[in-house]
Design a protein around this ligand. Structure first.
Ligand code: NAI
Ligand code: MG
Length: 395
C-alpha cells in the first residue's frame, strides 16, 4: 500500500485536462501515493442536485489530501434552470462546491504563492525613468482567510422581518429602513477572532520558515472598523511572537496600486476572504496570470490543492488541449510541501523554472497569442507537450 492516498477531483472543463497532468508529474518524481477519483461539479448538480456528492466528502474525510481541478458554477437562477426536469422545483439550491468544501472541512487557510519565473514573457516589467525597463522579481505569498468574511454565505435578498428588526438596532440602518424588503440585498461580512488568529499566525509562521522579512495585512480598518479592525488587532498580538519579522499594514485599495509600483517590496500578505481573492489574482497577474496561479486550502485535518483558475469552458473541447498546466503542477508541488516531501516539490518547481526559462515549449498564454484551435498551428505547445517538457527537465 502506498504511503499516501490522494483524492483527485478533476471537476469540470479544463480541470479534467490539467489534473491528470499533475498526477503524471507526481508519479515521475516518485511520490508514494495512490489516487482515488472523486466526483464534483456541474454534472452532479444537474443530475443529482448536489455538486459536492456525499461520496466525495467521505473520501476526503478518509484520506485528508485532495487535488482539485476546477468547476463550472453559475448564478443561482441560471443554475436552477439547468437542473434535470425530475429535480426541478424540489428546492435544490446551487452552492459552489469549493466554498462548500472549504467550510465543511474548515479549510480556513488559503495559501497562494505568486513567484515570477525567470524568462517568462508574461512577467511584469516597469519602465525606468531614464529609459529601458526593469523586471522586478515578484515573490509574494498571499494568505487568504478561506471560510468567512464576505463569502461566509449569510446573505439575503428580501431579508426576513426579524433580520430587519435586528439591523434596526444599529443607528446606521436608519437610512435604509424605508427600502422595501424586495429591494434590499444583504451580504454579511463576518470575522471571528479565532479564524483571524489562524490566518495571521499561519502567515507569520510561513514567513519565519521561508525567510520572508515582512507580513503585510491588507484590509480596510479605517472603513471596515469591526472586521478589518479585528484582523489588525490580532496581527499586532501575533506579531509580538515574531520579533524578526516586520508587520506592515496597507489598505486593500492602496495595496492594489502599490503592487504594480513596487511588487518586489512585499513578502507574505494576509487578507480576509474577498480581499484575499482579489489581491491574489492581482499578484498572479504579475507573474503570468491564471496559467501560473497555484493554491492550497489548508485545514487542521484536510488539505486540498488547486490551481486558482476556473474551468475555462471555451477551451474545454479543444483537442489537443492547449491550456497551461503549470498552475496545476505548482499546486501539486504545494501538496508535496504540505506532506513534507519538500525535495520532490522543489524538483517540480525547478523543472518548471527550467522549461519556462528555456522558452522552447510554451503554451499559447506564455506566447501571448490568442487561445483557440489555431494556437497549435501558430506554434503553441499543447498541455501534454508542456507537461512532457517539465517531466524531461526533472532532476
Ligand atoms: P477561468 O479561470 O475558467 O478562465 C478565464 C480565462 O483565463 C480563460 O478563458 C483563459 O483565457 C484563461 N485561463 C484560465 N486557465 C488557464 C490555463 N490553465 N491556461 C491558459 N489560460 C487559462 O474563469 P472564467 O472564464 O471566469 O470562469 C469559467 C468558469 O469557471 C465559471 O463557471 C466560473 O464560475 C468557474 N470558476 C471556477 C473556479 C474554480 O474552480 N476554482 C475559479 C474561477 C472560476
Ligand atoms: Mg478568484
Amino acid at each position: 500500500m502506498a504511503k499516501y492516498t490522494v483524492v483527485t477531483m478533476p471537476g469540470d472543463g479544463i480541470g479534467q485536462t490539467v489534473l491528470p497532468q499533475a498526477v503524471r508529474v507526481l508519479e515521475k518524481v516518485g511520490f508514494d501515493a495512490d489516487y482515488v477519483h472523486a466526483d464534483i461539479g456541474w454534472e452532479f448538480w444537474i443530475n443529482e442536485g448536489n455538486p459536492l456528492p456525499e461520496h466525495t466528502i467521505d473520501l476526503l474525510r478518509q484520506h485528508k489530501l485532495g487535488l482539485f481541478g476546477a468547476i463550472t458554477s453559475k448564478p443561482k437562477k441560471e443554475a436552477a434552470k439547468e437542473l434535470k426536469p425530475e429535480l426541478q422545483g424540489q428546492g435544490h439550491e446551487y452552492f459552489s462546491p469549493i466554498v462548500g468544501m472549504r467550510q465543511l472541512f474548515n479549510l480556513d487557510v488559503c495559501i497562494r504563492p505568486c513567484r515570477s519565473f525567470k524568462g517568462n514573457p508574461l512577467n511584469f516589467v516597469r519602465q525606468k525613468a531614464g529609459g529601458g525597463y526593469d523586471e522586478p522579481k515578484v515573490d509574494a505569498v498571499i494568505f487568504r482567510q478561506d471560510t468567512e468574511g464576505l463569502y461566509c454565505g449569510i446573505e439575503w435578498t428580501n431579508p426576513p422581518q426579524v433580520v430587519r428588526n435586528a439591523l434596526g438596532m444599529h443607528p446606521k440602518y436608519k437610512i435604509f429602513a424605508d427600502t422595501p424588503s424586495e429591494d434590499l440585498a444583504i451580504s454579511m461580512r463576518l470575522f471571528t477572532r479565532n479564524a483571524c488568529r489562524r490566518i495571521v499566525r499561519g502567515a507569520f509562521e510561513y514567513a519565519k520558515e521561508h525567510g520572508y522579512e515582512s507580513v503585510t495585512i491588507c484590509e480596510k480598518p479605517n472603513v471596515l472598523r469591526e472586521t478589518s479592525g479585528m484582523m489588525e488587532e490580532v496581527a499586532r498580538e501575533v506579531k509580538a511572537d515574531y520579533p524578526d519579522i516586520e508587520h506592515w499594514s496597507t489598505n486593500i485599495d492602496a495595496q492594489m496600486m502599490w503592487l504594480t509600483k513596487n511588487p518586489e517590496n512585499y513578502g507574505v500578505l494576509v487578507a480576509g476572504n474577498m480581499f484575499g481573492d482579489i489581491i491574489s489574482d492581482a499578484f498572479a497577474g504579475l507573474v503570468g496570470g491564471l496559467g501560473f496561479a497555484c493554491s492550497g486550502n489548508i485545514g487542521d485535518e484536510v488539505a486540498v490543492f488547486e490551481p486558482t483558475h476556473g474551468s475555462a469552458p471555451k477551451y474545454q473541447e479543444l483537442d489537443p488541449p492547449i491550456v497551461n498546466p503549470i498552475a496545476m503542477l505548482l499546486s501539486a508541488a504545494m501538496l508535496l510541501d504540505h506532506v513534507g516531501e519538500t525535495d520532490k516539490a522543489t524538483a517540480i518547481r525547478g523543472a518548471v523554472a527550467r522549461v519556462v526559462e528555456d522558452g522552447k515549449v510554451r503554451t499559447y498564454d506564455i506566447m501571448r497569442i490568442p487561445g483557440g484551435s489555431k494556437a497549435i498551428e501558430s506554434g503553441a505547445a499543447t498541455t501534454i507537450q508542456l507537461t512532457d517538457a517539465v517531466i524531461a527537465a526533472l532532476r
